[in-house]
Design a binder for this molecule. Structure first.
Ligand code: SAH
Length: 258
């Protein structure tokens, strides 16, 4: 990569980070859904080691921290997110047991067999659901848990427009039954799964972006990357409103029993 390309990419990343830093969560989710999922995890105590992969600015991590006693190591690829993450942890006085680190989910630095819980909301798609479940398993202790959210089809048949949209965006999208089967094949016993309520997308994700988009476009007026980013998000929100019966984010919780 020459320097010119590098600087363009870095500029893109910083724009993307700036945009997503303006919202509390960088993907669909809610405090309620995080706590709900946590309710299925047993045997956590003050010595538990928890990882949150693709943590973003830490919306869900802080909820996890406030509802568990153990140590949380959170990892994200983007340094800008991790900086905000660690400021958020300090503000909430959680920084003695919640740490954000820059790193990639395909090259995690945890010790083998040490984690009690791996958490990942709205992020495992970056490595792929199956690959993530398979590769991360080694970091868990026996009887450790994994809890991830993943976009999934909610019906066997779908209108072509939404089928095409998701196959282009994330070809690994599949039925809940298929995802659970992949979890079993990766060596987990399926503990629970549930579809995230609609407000995780609308009230918590798309609606806060409306005001943000106006400010962002004003600030970066004439910038093609900024315009495309906003246009993509708006299109995704329209797709969701139109086809929300056919797909959703699903929490998948599994246990490594052997
Ligand atoms: N869990 C957060 C963020 C979800 S958005 C939430 O629910 O709000 C997906 C996150 O994955 C982003 O923060 C992005 O920076 C991060 N990400 C993308 N590729 C990654 C990788 N290879 N390794 C670690 N994090 C990655």
């Amino acid at each position: 990569m020459n320097n010119e390309n590098k600087s363009i990419h870095e500029f893109d990343f910083s724009l993307i980070c700036e945009y997503y830093s303006g919202i509390h969560r960088q993907g669909p989710g809610s405090e309620h859904a995080t706590i709900n999922a946590l309710g299925f995890i047993e045997n956590l105590d003050k010595n538990s080691l928890i990882a949150d992969i693709g943590c973003g600015t830490g919306g869900q991590t802080m909820v996890l921290a406030q509802n568990t006693e153990g140590f949380i190591t959170a990892v994200d690829l983007f340094p800008d997110f991790i900086e905000i993450f660690n400021q958020n942890a300090s503000k909430l006085r959680l920084n003695d047991r919640v740490k954000g680190l820059v790193g990639s989910m395909d090259n995690l630095a945890f010790e083998i067999g040490t984690l009690d819980l791996i958490w990942s909301e709205g992020a495992i798609y970056n490595i792929g659901f199956e690959k993530g479940l398979n590769e991360w398993r080694k970091f868990l202790k026996t009887n450790g848990y994994i809890a991830v959210t993943e976009v999934s089809w909610l019906t066997e048949n779908r209108p072509k427009e939404i089928e095409d949209f998701w196959i282009e965006a994330y070809p690994e999208i599949d039925l809940v039954s298929k995802k659970i089967s992949q979890m079993e094949k990766a060596g987990y016993s399926p503990t629970a799964s549930f579809v995230l309520p609609e407000q995780c997308w609308t009230k918590n994700f798309y609606e806060p972006q409306v005001e943000l988009q106006k400010e962002f476009l004003n600030k970066h007026s004439g910038n093609k990357t900024a315009e495309e980013l906003v246009a993509n998000q708006q299109h995704e929100a329209i797709m969701y409103r139109k086809y929300k019966e056919f797909y959703g984010y699903v929490f998948y919780i599994g246990k490594k029993v052997y």
